[in-house]
Ligand binder design. Structure first.
Ligand SMILES: *Cc1c(COP(=O)(O)O)cnc(C)c1O
Length: 372
């Protein structure tokens, strides 16, 4: 049997009849930058996330970068984040000239540990970027409380968590800004690159919209140096089609997650995801911990199963961040997770047989380890 990590063709097969007319409409209009599709998507995503405003941007990375730039983060500033995330989170901080400062994660949710944040705050700290990893939101209440005490901005990296919920509040709606990615492998993916910033402060949202277009306001007059961070109309049109299906797909992922959990219930060596009671995950990834992870990965690949390690090296150990002066052992929880985690296929079009096959192969691997 073949089970890819993600099967976008299976998703597209259910969407073709809706998608093609939407794309054709943009082609007929020949209005590719901004326009009614982008505006409609901004309103729809803001509404979906429980935020006042949405600003369509070119990627999730640019959503983070433009948030930092607009908030005036730069040279001499520090931004606290997790070392266990996709590179873009810390890369964006670095690119502003500010210094990424890491705080270790919780061992069960893999999200930044609020108890580790305060010790990382200095007089140069300007912001905290919690990442809602794998589809589950970080513990936002204590994070917001620390931020309020030290007068810091909070930028939610919600690239993996559009639609996820923490204590009744949607991802992106709690911090100063929330950042979404529409990279094809995210729960809401477009036909290329795309992203969105959401915010509740209308004045800040207006400023982000100006930064998105080289800080131009009015046209050809520049008070600030922004960039070309625009979302194009073809992507917006595609996303408006897909957004209608997002909750159904996330429901499907949760049902698949529940099925895996049940299948692994009798297998002590497999640590299944911890989803806190106050959270609703969207399972962008279903990540287990397992001993001999790399051997397990090879075995699953040989069995026709797609799997991936998010992420094999913590950010404080990346070569490009050597100037930050971190060393191995600085964030042991993150380092341990990097050695043990593996993501299994979770997309909503998976069949029961495929899920049983994947879980069966993982258990076969574990059983083989016990014998040898
Ligand atoms: C995908 C992702 C990003 C970057 O999004 P792009 O659209 O690929 O630029 C940032 N942070 C996290 C946690 C992500 O998973």
């Amino acid at each position: 049997m073949n089970v890819p990590l993600l099967d976008l063709k299976a998703q597209y097969a259910t969407l073709r009849d809706e998608m093609m007319p939407a794309i054709e409409e943009v082609m007929e209009a020949q209005w590719f930058i901004g326009g009614p599709n982008v505006t409609a998507l901004e309103e729809a995503i803001a509404d979906y996330s429980g935020c006042a405003k949405g600003i369509g941007v070119s990627s999730g990375t640019d959503a983070l970068l433009i948030s930092l730039m607009t908030l005036g983060v730069g040279e001499g500033d520090e931004v606290i984040t997790t070392p266990f995330t996709f590179f873009a989170t810390a890369g964006s901080i670095w690119r502003t000239g500010a210094k990424p400062v890491f705080a270790d994660i919780e061992p069960d949710t893999y999200n930044i540990d609020p108890a580790k944040i305060e010790a990382a705050v200095t007089e140069n700290t300007k912001a905290i970027i919690p990442v809602h990893l794998y589809g589950q939101m970080a513990d936002m209440d204590p994070i917001m409380e620390i931020a309020a005490r030290h007068n810091l901005h909070v930028i939610e990296d919600a690239a993996q968590s559009i639609g996820s919920v923490y204590k009744g509040r949607k991802a992106g709606s709690i911090g100063t800004t929330g950042c979404f990615s529409f990279f094809p492998s995210k729960n809401l993916g477009c036909n290329g690159d795309g992203g969105m910033v959401v915010a509740n402060d209308a004045e800040l949202a207006e400023k982000i919209a100006i930064y998105r277009n080289h800080g131009s306001q009015p046209k050809y007059f520049h008070k600030w140096v922004g960039g070309n961070f625009r979302l194009d109309a073809l992507q917006a049109a595609a996303l408006l089609v897909k957004l209608k299906h997002l909750d159904k797909w996330s429901d499907g992922r949760r049902a698949n997650g529940a099925q895996y959990n049940e299948l692994f219930a009798d297998c002590d060596q497999v640590v299944t995801p911890t989803i806190r009671d106050e959270n609703v995950t969207i399972f962008n990834q279903y990540v287990i911990r397992i001993p001999k992870r790399d051997e397990c990965r090879a075995f699953l690949n040989e069995s026709g199963i797609g799997c991936e390690v998010y992420y094999p090296l913590s950010l404080h150990q990346q070569e490009c961040f050597a100037p930050l002066g971190y060393t191995e052992g600085d964030f042991p929880v993150s380092e341990q997770a990097a050695k043990e985690v593996i993501a299994l296929p979770i997309y909503s079009e998976l069949t029961d047989e495929q899920i049983q096959y994947v879980a069966g192969k993982v258990k076969e691997f574990v059983a083989g380890q016990e014998i040898s």
